[in-house]
Design a binder for this molecule. Structure first.
Ligand code: PBG
Length: 323
């Protein structure tokens, strides 16, 4: 009690603050998303995500080298294919954009750990995350396509696959398919508690994956649900997920914290496109100190319990941390 206790004593200088700091960030915590597009010589800035680009396979090598040289161990690959169809066949084409990018990046930066996003929405002409029949996304038939996609990424040399579709049973289906094809050692990071969120808006421009009708509420989670996240995560772990993810991060810090307390597998959190764009927009307007807001957000995600953070801020934050 005051005057015996004075918490300000431990806040007096930066040195003592450093000594008692409970949470620290490192470039090791980050996974940087890359958007691979078709063609050659393409590097196109995503207007709603300043500093992020769609890049063709030849251009992405330079970005991959930069990421690794900043001490960031891993990238997450998304593909924007030349052809989209009803069943997203470019997703599991061995000559697809992601498959090519994996080989090219592995060749140039062998130690960079490549994770691939496994989903249908970038590859289907309707923009939904699976096969659609009578306006509804068909769960079980979609599992087969996701398994084919995951196996084709593994064949191309991916280090880990990350299903983001939110179909029931997909972790098990992918695990069985990988094992059957000889990829027993490839881990799965599942987007386990993925909410139907407005914060994915800018990403859908980046990945050209906006649903042409309807929305994703029949497969992604209701933002109002907290207990359900624990059920989703438990199921994915039972099905064989090695790392589980909560997405988005910022409006879901309670979920990250719950999941951290309830399970002992590594927890990843996806600091999504809308969370990035808000900071960038306010920074541009001079309404916020962009760098401080960025570091505060990343620290809060880590403090909530995330071991890994997927973030478009990875390069900028690593530059600050490396100083
Ligand atoms: C694909 C996918 C999405 C994101 C990652 N994987 C979009 C969606 O579900 O609509 C969002 C990432 C972001 O907003 O940064 N299903």
């Amino acid at each position: 009690m005051f005057p015996i206790h004075r918490p300000r004593r431990l806040r007096k200088t930066e040195t003592i603050r450093r000594m008692v700091r409970e949470t620290s960030l490192s470039p090791d915590d980050f996974i940087y998303p890359l958007f691979i597009t078709f063609g050659r010589g393409v590097k196109k800035e995503i207007s709603s995500m300043p500093g992020c680009f769609q890049e063709s396979v030849d251009k992405v090598v330079k970005s991959a080298k930069e990421v690794y040289s900043l001490g960031i161990p891993s990238v997450l690959l998304f593909g924007i294919p030349e052809h989209k169809d009803e069943v997203g066949s470019s997703a599991y084409d061995e000559h697809g954009v992601v498959q090519k990018a994996i080989k090219t990046i592995k060749n140039a930066v062998p130690k960079l750990y490549i994770i691939t996003d496994v989903c249908m929405c970038e590859y289907t002409n309707h923009g939904h995350c699976g096969i659609v029949k009578n306006g509804d996304v068909q769960n079980d038939p979609t599992l087969e396509l996701l398994s084919k996609e995951a196996v084709s990424h593994a064949k191309a040399g991916a280090d880990m696959v990350a299903p983001s579709d939110m179909m029931d049973g997909r972790v098990r289906a992918i695990r069985l398919a990988l094992d059957r094809e000889g990829f027993k050692e490839i881990p799965i990071m599942s987007y386990a508690a993925k909410y139907a969120s407005a914060f994915y808006g800018p990403f859908r421009e980046a990945a050209e994956s906006t649903p042409q009708y309807g929305d994703r509420r029949s497969y992604q989670m209701d933002p109002a649900n907290r207990r359900e996240a624990l059920r989703e995560v438990a199921l994915d772990i039972e099905e064989g997920a090695d790392i589980i993810m909560v997405k988005p991060a910022l409006s879901y810090l309670d979920i990250i914290s719950d999941v951290r307390d309830a399970f002992d597998v590594p927890v990843a959190a996806y600091n999504v496109s809308g969370e990035y764009s808000l900071v960038k927009a306010a920074g541009k307007l001079g309404w916020i100190d962009e760098q401080r807001a960025m570091m505060e957000i990343l620290t809060s995600i880590k403090r909530a319990g995330a071991d890994l953070i997927l973030t478009y801020f990875a390069k900028e934050a690593a530059k600050i941390l490396n100083k």
